[in-house]
Design a protein around this ligand. Structure first.
Ligand SMILES: O=P(O)(O)OC[C@@]1(O)O[C@H](CO)[C@@H](O)[C@@H]1O
Length: 345
């Protein structure tokens, strides 16, 4: 009966946006780090975290023409959404739209501790969300993002944290769709910990099954959504080693068991994996010889930006080198999203 909750026109609009973002061979640049998080990306490169550096850096990324054939959408944070180009005063959402890139906006308001759990978290931001979404849509956003974070540990993730986060993701997705924004649903299972690959797969399957039950309960129109999950990998302190192919197979198996075929795209987060591994995993995932009904691509933050920041160093004289790094990473991940990346590329 979900069809009755959104008009046919809205369904068509949402599914068109979701399908364009999930265009094969393209992915998303996550440039939505709020000021507090970008601090942790700027600091190791000795880049001062001030508003003009944040604006200039994003402008540099958004104006890199040669990256556009591999980037379908870019996620912005609130501050960047209202920034403008320095020469012609164009708002960033307008700049992106004119370049054929779909602008998106992170609408959650970060994590707080979920009481009654072992320091697990819940995501804030539902209050006033509808008004904010309408305003973002009016100003050019076509999609939104909300991140829930879950961790694997002795008592975690608890079923309470899984259920509560799934329910908030579903409520967020429903509000976005009413406002004409495609919701990216991001239930991230963290890389932290010493768990093995099998444990990550088990937890990821449970989380995704719970999220899709909640989306169904809220009558969310799946054709007008995208999923942004973690790649299924062992924890970063795990002592066992696995091949890239084993990781890819565990990942595809988990999604085949839990993600409906109506979802047009699964756009992975990089989650702390380095650039090389993020590309290698995505490539291998696309080469797994199993039926995969969705586009399997990227929505990377760090894996598309670490080398760019290292080249830029906060100095305008390094802009060309920084742009070249961005083109290289966008191209490699674009190829990986088709399973066509070779180390020599
Ligand atoms: O894990 P990555 O690929 O670097 O970033 C994934 C991401 O969801 O996490 C960040 C922090 O919330 C966001 O800026 C970004 O969209």
């Amino acid at each position: 009966m979900a069809a009755y909750y959104l008009s046919k026109d809205k369904q068509v609009e949402l599914s068109k946006i979701a399908q364009s973002i999930a265009t094969p061979g393209k992915g998303i640049l996550a440039a939505d780090e709020p000021a507090g998080i970008i601090e942790s990306r700027f600091a190791p490169m000795n880049i001062e975290n001030n508003e003009e550096n944040r604006r200039y850096y994003r402008q540099l990324l958004f104006r890199t023409k040669e990256s556009r054939q591999h980037i379908s959408g870019i996620i912005l944070c609130h501050e960047t959404f209202y920034h403008k180009t320095d020469d012609d005063d164009t708002s960033f959402p307008r700049l992106l739209t004119a370049a054929g890139i779909i602008p998106g906006i992170t609408v959650d308001r970060g994590l707080i501790v979920l009481g009654g759990t072992d320091n697990e978290t819940i995501t804030q931001g539902l209050d006033g969300l509808e008004e904010r979404c309408r305003e973002y849509k009016k100003n050019g956003a076509q999609f939104a993002k909300w991140r829930a974070a879950l961790k694997i540990d002795k008592n975690c993730p608890s079923q309470l944290a899984i259920n509560e986060n799934a329910s908030k993701l579903a409520r967020y997705a429903s509000i976005c769709q009413q406002c004409g924004l495609v919701p990216i649903v991001e239930p991230e299972v963290s890389l932290d910990g010493d768990h093995d690959l099998e444990e990550c797969q088990r937890v990821t399957e449970n989380v995704l099954a719970t999220v899709y039950k909640a989306l169904s309960d809220h009558h969310v129109y799946l054709e007008g959504t995208l999923l942004k999950p973690n790649i299924v990998t062992p924890g970063k302190d795990c002592t066992k080693t696995y091949s890239v192919e084993q990781i890819a197979e565990a990942t595809v198996t988990a999604f085949r068991r839990t993600v409906p075929t109506a979802v047009p795209g699964i756009m992975f987060l990089s989650g702390g994996h380095n650039e090389e591994n993020s590309t290698a995993y995505l490539n291998a995932i696309n080469r797994v010889n199993l039926y995969k009904p969705w586009t399997l691509s990227f929505s990377y933050g760090r894996a598309l930006q670490t080398s760019v920041l290292r080249a830029w160093k906060g100095d305008k004289n390094n802009s060309e080198q920084a742009r070249n790094e961005f083109i290289r990473l966008a191209r490699q991940n674009g190829l990986a999203s088709l399973g066509r990346y070779e180390l020599s590329n």
